[in-house]
Design a protein around this ligand. Structure first.
Ligand SMILES: *Cc1c(COP(=O)(O)O)cnc(C)c1O
Length: 229
């Protein structure tokens, strides 16, 4: 199938899934994950209306972004090292993977320097996996409180990557947990807009389950573009 057909099919699945569980389909944003995909493929997706893309690697992203239309909104979804925060702030509309105080300080510093309000998500390690990024659920409240003090950072919501599985139902409890954490933190006033708290969860294999559990951003790569280089 062409990239346009794939995007249409996924948008259609997003709509149907949302309606089936009583959600507004327009509250769910499809993020096309274009890491290790060619400029041609990104431009093909752009040509059929896709405007939000996710990238994992800063150098790769910099090269691509300079060759892409300016009205694309880029989300950073890779692991962020604090010494790369300047590039991330310069290039990305939303940084989805904030999980350390040092990264917060660097983002604040560089955002202030260029006069930007940087939108971010806080990454939660719902599966408590040792090798995975993200803060543990019990530390989320203190972490968000510390970010609230930063004038150039807006926390839109939370992001997670549950433990890897090839059976989407196994991800459901983790997605649900992320939503429940977000509900608690929303009541405590820790997000920029309490009426629109972002939940970034779900990838090619499990985005349907993620939407059923409340995802507002789904990050889909291979189901749109095919296998990565
Ligand atoms: C690569 C990646 C995705 C997309 O994965 P697919 O299985 O290709 O849809 C989503 N989220 C993150 C954080 C990723 O690194």
């Amino acid at each position: 199938m062409s990239i346009c057909k794939q995007i249409e099919a996924i948008q259609d699945t997003i709509r149907r899934t949302a309606l089936a569980c009583g959600r507004d389909p327009d509250s769910i944003e499809l993020i096309a994950v274009s890491k290790k995909q060619s400029l041609e493929k990104i431009n093909a997706a752009y040509g059929c209306g896709q405007r939000v893309f996710g990238e994992n690697y800063l150098q790769e992203a910099r090269d691509k972004i300079s060759g892409c239309p300016a009205d694309i909104r880029w989300h950073f979804i890779g692991h962020l090292q604090s010494n790369k925060a300047a590039s991330a702030v310069e290039l990305f509309d939303v940084i989805q993977t904030v999980d350390r105080a040092k990264v917060v300080r660097k983002i604040q510093y560089h955002a202030e320097r260029i006069g930007k309000i940087q939108k971010i998500l806080v990454q939660i390690n719902v599966g408590r996996e040792k090798q995975k990024s993200g803060i543990f659920p019990e530390n989320a409240e203190d972490f968000l409180k510390s970010i609230q003090k930063e004038p150039n950072i807006l926390v839109l919501g939370l992001m997670t990557m549950p433990p890897w599985t090839d059976s989407p139902e196994e991800s459901r409890p983790y997605f649900r947990q992320l939503r429940e954490i977000a509900e608690i933190l929303t009541k405590k006033g820790l997000f920029a807009d309490p009426d629109h708290v972002a939940l970034s969860m779900g990838m090619s294999g499990d985005y349907i389950v993620a939407i059923e559990e409340g995802a507002t951003m789904v990050r889909v790569g291979t189901a749109i573009f095919g296998a990565r280089l």
